[in-house]
Design a protein around this ligand. Structure first.
Ligand code: M6R
Length: 360
Protein backbone atom coordinates (compact mmCIF):
# COMPACT_ATOMS: atom_id res chain seq x y z
CA UNK A 1 0.00 0.00 0.00
CA UNK A 2 3.01 2.29 -0.03
CA UNK A 3 2.43 2.84 -3.74
CA UNK A 4 6.06 2.24 -4.62
CA UNK A 5 7.39 4.64 -1.97
CA UNK A 6 9.87 3.40 0.63
CA UNK A 7 7.79 4.70 3.53
CA UNK A 8 4.23 5.85 4.18
CA UNK A 9 5.61 9.21 5.26
CA UNK A 10 7.16 9.81 1.85
CA UNK A 11 4.00 8.68 0.10
CA UNK A 12 1.92 11.00 2.25
CA UNK A 13 4.23 13.96 1.61
CA UNK A 14 3.84 13.38 -2.13
CA UNK A 15 0.07 13.10 -1.77
CA UNK A 16 -0.20 16.72 -0.67
CA UNK A 17 -1.09 18.17 -4.09
CA UNK A 18 -4.07 15.82 -4.21
CA UNK A 19 -4.92 16.59 -0.59
CA UNK A 20 -5.26 20.30 -1.36
CA UNK A 21 -7.46 19.51 -4.36
CA UNK A 22 -9.65 17.11 -2.34
CA UNK A 23 -10.00 19.56 0.51
CA UNK A 24 -11.28 22.19 -1.93
CA UNK A 25 -13.75 19.81 -3.57
CA UNK A 26 -17.30 21.09 -3.19
CA UNK A 27 -16.10 24.08 -1.18
CA UNK A 28 -16.02 26.77 -3.84
CA UNK A 29 -19.22 28.49 -4.91
CA UNK A 30 -18.73 28.81 -8.66
CA UNK A 31 -21.45 31.43 -9.02
CA UNK A 32 -19.96 33.90 -6.57
CA UNK A 33 -16.37 32.67 -6.86
CA UNK A 34 -16.09 32.49 -3.07
CA UNK A 35 -15.30 29.85 -0.48
CA UNK A 36 -18.32 27.90 0.69
CA UNK A 37 -18.47 25.75 3.81
CA UNK A 38 -22.11 24.68 4.17
CA UNK A 39 -21.45 23.29 7.67
CA UNK A 40 -20.71 26.84 8.89
CA UNK A 41 -23.71 28.46 7.24
CA UNK A 42 -26.11 28.11 10.21
CA UNK A 43 -23.57 29.70 12.59
CA UNK A 44 -22.84 33.41 12.92
CA UNK A 45 -19.20 34.34 12.25
CA UNK A 46 -17.36 34.21 15.60
CA UNK A 47 -16.64 37.36 17.55
CA UNK A 48 -13.86 35.60 19.39
CA UNK A 49 -12.14 32.35 18.56
CA UNK A 50 -10.24 29.73 20.52
CA UNK A 51 -8.30 27.12 18.59
CA UNK A 52 -7.44 23.99 20.58
CA UNK A 53 -5.15 21.16 19.48
CA UNK A 54 -1.96 19.19 20.14
CA UNK A 55 1.31 18.61 18.25
CA UNK A 56 1.25 19.26 14.54
CA UNK A 57 -2.45 20.14 14.67
CA UNK A 58 -1.58 22.83 17.22
CA UNK A 59 1.00 24.26 14.80
CA UNK A 60 -1.66 24.34 12.08
CA UNK A 61 -3.93 26.24 14.48
CA UNK A 62 -1.21 28.74 15.30
CA UNK A 63 -0.76 29.38 11.58
CA UNK A 64 -4.53 29.75 11.16
CA UNK A 65 -4.59 32.47 13.82
CA UNK A 66 -2.74 34.86 11.49
CA UNK A 67 -5.39 34.47 8.78
CA UNK A 68 -8.34 34.64 11.18
CA UNK A 69 -7.05 37.94 12.52
CA UNK A 70 -5.85 39.51 9.27
CA UNK A 71 -8.59 38.37 6.92
CA UNK A 72 -11.59 37.92 9.19
CA UNK A 73 -10.79 40.38 11.99
CA UNK A 74 -11.53 37.74 14.65
CA UNK A 75 -9.50 37.93 17.87
CA UNK A 76 -8.02 34.44 18.09
CA UNK A 77 -6.22 32.49 20.79
CA UNK A 78 -4.53 29.21 20.11
CA UNK A 79 -4.22 26.81 23.02
CA UNK A 80 -2.38 23.57 23.61
CA UNK A 81 -5.22 21.27 24.64
CA UNK A 82 -3.38 19.76 27.61
CA UNK A 83 -2.94 23.29 29.01
CA UNK A 84 -6.44 24.54 28.32
CA UNK A 85 -8.10 21.61 30.02
CA UNK A 86 -6.51 22.34 33.39
CA UNK A 87 -6.88 26.11 33.32
CA UNK A 88 -9.95 28.08 34.18
CA UNK A 89 -10.26 29.78 30.79
CA UNK A 90 -12.54 32.74 30.21
CA UNK A 91 -14.74 30.92 27.79
CA UNK A 92 -18.50 30.80 27.55
CA UNK A 93 -21.67 31.20 25.50
CA UNK A 94 -20.95 33.34 22.47
CA UNK A 95 -17.42 31.97 22.09
CA UNK A 96 -16.41 29.62 19.33
CA UNK A 97 -13.83 26.87 19.76
CA UNK A 98 -12.19 25.17 16.81
CA UNK A 99 -10.74 21.81 17.86
CA UNK A 100 -8.22 20.47 15.35
CA UNK A 101 -7.29 16.79 15.32
CA UNK A 102 -6.22 14.50 12.51
CA UNK A 103 -7.21 11.32 14.33
CA UNK A 104 -10.14 12.81 16.19
CA UNK A 105 -9.11 10.65 19.17
CA UNK A 106 -6.53 12.77 21.00
CA UNK A 107 -7.47 12.63 24.68
CA UNK A 108 -6.46 16.18 25.59
CA UNK A 109 -8.22 17.70 22.59
CA UNK A 110 -11.37 15.79 23.49
CA UNK A 111 -11.12 17.06 27.06
CA UNK A 112 -10.79 20.60 25.67
CA UNK A 113 -13.97 20.09 23.66
CA UNK A 114 -15.83 18.82 26.72
CA UNK A 115 -14.69 21.80 28.78
CA UNK A 116 -15.76 24.23 26.05
CA UNK A 117 -19.16 22.59 25.71
CA UNK A 118 -19.70 22.51 29.45
CA UNK A 119 -19.17 26.28 29.47
CA UNK A 120 -21.64 26.84 26.67
CA UNK A 121 -19.21 27.60 23.81
CA UNK A 122 -19.90 26.34 20.29
CA UNK A 123 -17.39 23.73 19.14
CA UNK A 124 -16.33 23.23 15.54
CA UNK A 125 -14.32 20.04 15.04
CA UNK A 126 -11.79 20.03 12.26
CA UNK A 127 -10.73 16.45 11.76
CA UNK A 128 -9.72 13.83 9.26
CA UNK A 129 -11.22 10.59 10.52
CA UNK A 130 -14.91 10.27 9.77
CA UNK A 131 -17.01 9.27 12.77
CA UNK A 132 -14.13 9.81 15.23
CA UNK A 133 -14.72 11.01 18.80
CA UNK A 134 -13.97 14.64 17.91
CA UNK A 135 -16.43 14.40 15.03
CA UNK A 136 -19.08 13.01 17.38
CA UNK A 137 -18.54 15.44 20.23
CA UNK A 138 -18.27 18.67 18.24
CA UNK A 139 -21.38 20.71 17.45
CA UNK A 140 -20.26 21.06 13.85
CA UNK A 141 -17.66 19.01 11.96
CA UNK A 142 -15.52 20.02 9.03
CA UNK A 143 -13.67 17.09 7.52
CA UNK A 144 -10.20 17.71 6.14
CA UNK A 145 -10.64 14.95 3.52
CA UNK A 146 -6.93 14.06 3.47
CA UNK A 147 -7.46 10.28 3.36
CA UNK A 148 -5.91 7.84 5.87
CA UNK A 149 -2.62 9.02 7.33
CA UNK A 150 -0.55 5.98 8.35
CA UNK A 151 2.85 7.45 9.21
CA UNK A 152 3.14 8.51 12.85
CA UNK A 153 4.67 11.79 11.69
CA UNK A 154 1.79 13.90 10.47
CA UNK A 155 2.35 15.50 7.07
CA UNK A 156 -0.55 15.57 4.65
CA UNK A 157 -3.04 16.06 7.48
CA UNK A 158 -1.39 19.36 8.32
CA UNK A 159 -1.54 20.42 4.68
CA UNK A 160 -5.29 19.73 4.67
CA UNK A 161 -5.77 21.57 7.98
CA UNK A 162 -4.04 24.65 6.56
CA UNK A 163 -6.26 24.47 3.47
CA UNK A 164 -9.40 24.27 5.56
CA UNK A 165 -8.32 27.05 7.91
CA UNK A 166 -7.69 29.23 4.85
CA UNK A 167 -11.23 28.54 3.62
CA UNK A 168 -12.67 29.27 7.06
CA UNK A 169 -10.88 32.63 7.21
CA UNK A 170 -12.24 33.44 3.75
CA UNK A 171 -15.80 32.47 4.71
CA UNK A 172 -15.76 34.38 8.00
CA UNK A 173 -13.96 37.40 6.54
CA UNK A 174 -16.64 37.67 3.91
CA UNK A 175 -19.47 37.13 6.38
CA UNK A 176 -18.09 39.88 8.61
CA UNK A 177 -17.57 42.16 5.60
CA UNK A 178 -13.88 42.66 6.30
CA UNK A 179 -12.18 40.34 3.83
CA UNK A 180 -9.50 42.39 2.05
CA UNK A 181 -10.36 42.84 -1.64
CA UNK A 182 -7.00 41.48 -2.79
CA UNK A 183 -7.50 38.32 -0.75
CA UNK A 184 -11.06 37.90 -2.05
CA UNK A 185 -9.81 38.17 -5.63
CA UNK A 186 -6.59 36.18 -5.44
CA UNK A 187 -6.76 33.51 -2.77
CA UNK A 188 -9.07 30.93 -4.31
CA UNK A 189 -7.51 31.00 -7.80
CA UNK A 190 -4.11 30.63 -6.10
CA UNK A 191 -5.36 27.72 -3.99
CA UNK A 192 -6.74 26.01 -7.05
CA UNK A 193 -3.45 26.41 -8.89
CA UNK A 194 -1.53 24.99 -5.94
CA UNK A 195 -1.87 21.23 -6.62
CA UNK A 196 -0.21 21.42 -10.04
CA UNK A 197 2.53 23.77 -8.81
CA UNK A 198 3.24 21.59 -5.81
CA UNK A 199 3.32 18.45 -7.93
CA UNK A 200 5.93 20.02 -10.15
CA UNK A 201 8.04 21.24 -7.22
CA UNK A 202 8.11 18.18 -4.96
CA UNK A 203 10.67 15.98 -6.79
CA UNK A 204 13.25 18.79 -6.87
CA UNK A 205 12.61 19.54 -3.20
CA UNK A 206 13.25 15.93 -2.34
CA UNK A 207 16.60 15.94 -4.18
CA UNK A 208 17.66 19.06 -2.35
CA UNK A 209 16.56 17.65 1.01
CA UNK A 210 18.52 14.48 0.34
CA UNK A 211 21.70 16.39 -0.49
CA UNK A 212 21.38 18.73 2.49
CA UNK A 213 20.78 16.04 5.08
CA UNK A 214 24.08 14.45 4.14
CA UNK A 215 25.85 17.73 4.91
CA UNK A 216 24.17 18.07 8.30
CA UNK A 217 23.83 14.46 9.43
CA UNK A 218 26.43 14.90 12.19
CA UNK A 219 24.53 17.75 13.82
CA UNK A 220 23.29 16.96 17.31
CA UNK A 221 20.95 19.91 17.47
CA UNK A 222 19.17 22.36 15.17
CA UNK A 223 17.57 25.74 15.74
CA UNK A 224 14.55 26.41 13.51
CA UNK A 225 13.77 30.08 13.05
CA UNK A 226 10.82 31.89 11.51
CA UNK A 227 8.61 34.94 11.89
CA UNK A 228 4.91 35.54 11.40
CA UNK A 229 3.23 32.68 9.58
CA UNK A 230 6.59 30.94 9.48
CA UNK A 231 7.03 30.86 13.23
CA UNK A 232 4.52 27.97 13.47
CA UNK A 233 6.36 26.41 10.55
CA UNK A 234 9.63 26.66 12.48
CA UNK A 235 7.94 24.82 15.35
CA UNK A 236 6.66 22.19 12.94
CA UNK A 237 10.02 21.74 11.18
CA UNK A 238 11.68 21.17 14.55
CA UNK A 239 8.98 18.73 15.67
CA UNK A 240 9.30 16.70 12.46
CA UNK A 241 13.09 16.50 12.73
CA UNK A 242 13.13 15.45 16.37
CA UNK A 243 10.32 12.91 16.20
CA UNK A 244 11.70 10.85 13.34
CA UNK A 245 15.47 11.47 13.25
CA UNK A 246 15.95 11.88 17.03
CA UNK A 247 18.11 14.95 16.43
CA UNK A 248 17.27 17.59 18.99
CA UNK A 249 15.64 20.61 17.40
CA UNK A 250 14.00 23.73 18.76
CA UNK A 251 11.63 25.99 16.91
CA UNK A 252 11.90 29.66 17.83
CA UNK A 253 10.42 32.96 16.78
CA UNK A 254 13.41 34.51 15.02
CA UNK A 255 13.05 37.75 16.98
CA UNK A 256 13.37 35.82 20.26
CA UNK A 257 16.77 34.48 19.34
CA UNK A 258 18.68 37.28 20.95
CA UNK A 259 16.75 36.73 24.17
CA UNK A 260 18.62 33.52 24.92
CA UNK A 261 19.14 30.88 22.25
CA UNK A 262 21.82 32.89 20.49
CA UNK A 263 24.13 31.75 23.30
CA UNK A 264 24.00 28.25 21.82
CA UNK A 265 25.23 29.23 18.36
CA UNK A 266 28.59 27.87 17.31
CA UNK A 267 29.96 26.17 14.18
CA UNK A 268 28.50 22.83 15.32
CA UNK A 269 25.00 24.10 16.00
CA UNK A 270 23.25 24.78 12.68
CA UNK A 271 20.13 26.84 12.14
CA UNK A 272 17.33 26.08 9.74
CA UNK A 273 15.67 29.34 8.77
CA UNK A 274 12.39 30.13 7.09
CA UNK A 275 13.12 33.25 5.11
CA UNK A 276 10.36 33.88 2.57
CA UNK A 277 10.64 37.12 0.65
CA UNK A 278 7.77 38.90 2.36
CA UNK A 279 7.34 41.96 4.57
CA UNK A 280 9.37 40.34 7.36
CA UNK A 281 12.25 39.24 5.12
CA UNK A 282 14.61 42.07 6.16
CA UNK A 283 14.04 41.18 9.81
CA UNK A 284 14.77 37.49 9.30
CA UNK A 285 17.80 38.38 7.20
CA UNK A 286 19.27 40.44 9.99
CA UNK A 287 18.60 37.61 12.50
CA UNK A 288 20.56 35.31 10.20
CA UNK A 289 23.46 37.74 10.07
CA UNK A 290 23.58 37.52 13.85
CA UNK A 291 23.81 33.73 13.59
CA UNK A 292 26.60 33.98 11.01
CA UNK A 293 28.53 36.44 13.14
CA UNK A 294 28.76 33.65 15.74
CA UNK A 295 30.00 31.08 13.23
CA UNK A 296 26.63 29.30 12.94
CA UNK A 297 25.88 27.40 9.72
CA UNK A 298 22.54 28.13 8.05
CA UNK A 299 20.09 26.36 5.78
CA UNK A 300 17.49 28.91 4.69
CA UNK A 301 14.26 28.17 2.90
CA UNK A 302 13.64 31.18 0.75
CA UNK A 303 12.26 32.40 -2.55
CA UNK A 304 13.73 33.07 -5.97
CA UNK A 305 15.26 36.53 -6.04
CA UNK A 306 16.33 36.49 -2.38
CA UNK A 307 19.73 37.97 -1.69
CA UNK A 308 20.65 35.78 1.27
CA UNK A 309 24.33 35.10 1.73
CA UNK A 310 24.06 31.90 3.81
CA UNK A 311 25.70 28.47 3.61
CA UNK A 312 22.73 26.75 2.01
CA UNK A 313 19.98 28.92 0.56
CA UNK A 314 17.12 26.67 -0.54
CA UNK A 315 14.75 28.33 -2.97
CA UNK A 316 11.20 27.04 -3.22
CA UNK A 317 8.35 28.54 -5.27
CA UNK A 318 6.73 31.55 -3.64
CA UNK A 319 3.10 31.09 -4.71
CA UNK A 320 0.67 33.83 -3.69
CA UNK A 321 0.87 35.56 -0.28
CA UNK A 322 0.49 33.26 2.73
CA UNK A 323 0.06 30.26 0.43
CA UNK A 324 3.87 30.29 0.18
CA UNK A 325 3.56 28.16 3.31
CA UNK A 326 2.34 25.25 1.20
CA UNK A 327 5.78 25.03 -0.43
CA UNK A 328 7.80 25.58 2.74
CA UNK A 329 5.96 22.86 4.65
CA UNK A 330 6.88 19.92 2.36
CA UNK A 331 10.48 21.14 2.26
CA UNK A 332 10.61 20.89 6.07
CA UNK A 333 8.95 17.48 5.98
CA UNK A 334 11.31 16.19 3.31
CA UNK A 335 14.40 17.41 5.17
CA UNK A 336 13.29 15.52 8.29
CA UNK A 337 12.31 12.48 6.25
CA UNK A 338 15.58 12.26 4.33
CA UNK A 339 17.59 12.83 7.50
CA UNK A 340 15.77 10.04 9.37
CA UNK A 341 16.10 7.67 6.43
CA UNK A 342 19.79 8.49 5.96
CA UNK A 343 20.40 7.84 9.67
CA UNK A 344 18.61 4.50 9.38
CA UNK A 345 15.72 5.34 11.71
CA UNK A 346 12.32 3.70 11.68
CA UNK A 347 10.63 6.53 9.80
CA UNK A 348 7.01 5.42 9.96
CA UNK A 349 7.11 4.07 13.51
CA UNK A 350 9.45 6.27 15.55
CA UNK A 351 10.33 4.99 18.99
CA UNK A 352 8.11 5.89 21.95
CA UNK A 353 5.36 7.35 19.77
CA UNK A 354 1.84 6.29 18.83
CA UNK A 355 -0.25 7.59 15.95
CA UNK A 356 -3.02 8.76 18.20
CA UNK A 357 -2.45 9.80 21.77
CA UNK A 358 -5.60 8.48 23.38
CA UNK A 359 -4.33 8.78 26.96
CA UNK A 360 -3.05 11.93 28.61
O1 M6R B 1 -4.54 13.27 15.74
P1 M6R B 1 -4.13 14.62 16.26
O2 M6R B 1 -4.02 15.63 15.16
O3 M6R B 1 -4.99 15.11 17.37
O4 M6R B 1 -2.69 14.39 16.84
C1 M6R B 1 -2.00 15.40 17.49
C2 M6R B 1 -0.56 15.01 17.72
O5 M6R B 1 -0.48 13.88 18.52
C3 M6R B 1 0.19 14.77 16.41
O6 M6R B 1 0.08 15.85 15.53
C4 M6R B 1 1.66 14.47 16.67
O7 M6R B 1 2.29 15.62 17.18
C5 M6R B 1 2.34 13.97 15.42
N1 M6R B 1 3.08 12.77 15.68
C6 M6R B 1 3.28 14.98 14.81
O8 M6R B 1 3.87 14.50 13.65
Amino acid sequence: QKGGYKHFMLKEIFEQPRVVADCLTGRIDRETGSAWLPELEPLPAPERLFIVACGTSYHAGLWGMYLMEQWAGIPTRVEIASELRYRDPILGPGDTVVAISQSGETADTLAGIQLAKARGAKVIGLCNVVGSSVAREADVVLYTQAGPEISVASTKAMCSQLTLLTLMALVWGRKRGVLPAEVAAKCLPALEALPAELDAALPGMRDRAKALCRVYSEARSFLYLGRGLYYPMALEGALKLKEISYIHAEGYAAGEMKHGPIALIDPKFPSFALAPVDALYPKVKSNLQEVQARGGKIVALTHPGADLDVDHPWEVPAGWGPLATFFMLPALQLFAYEMADYLGKDVDQPRNLAKSVTVE
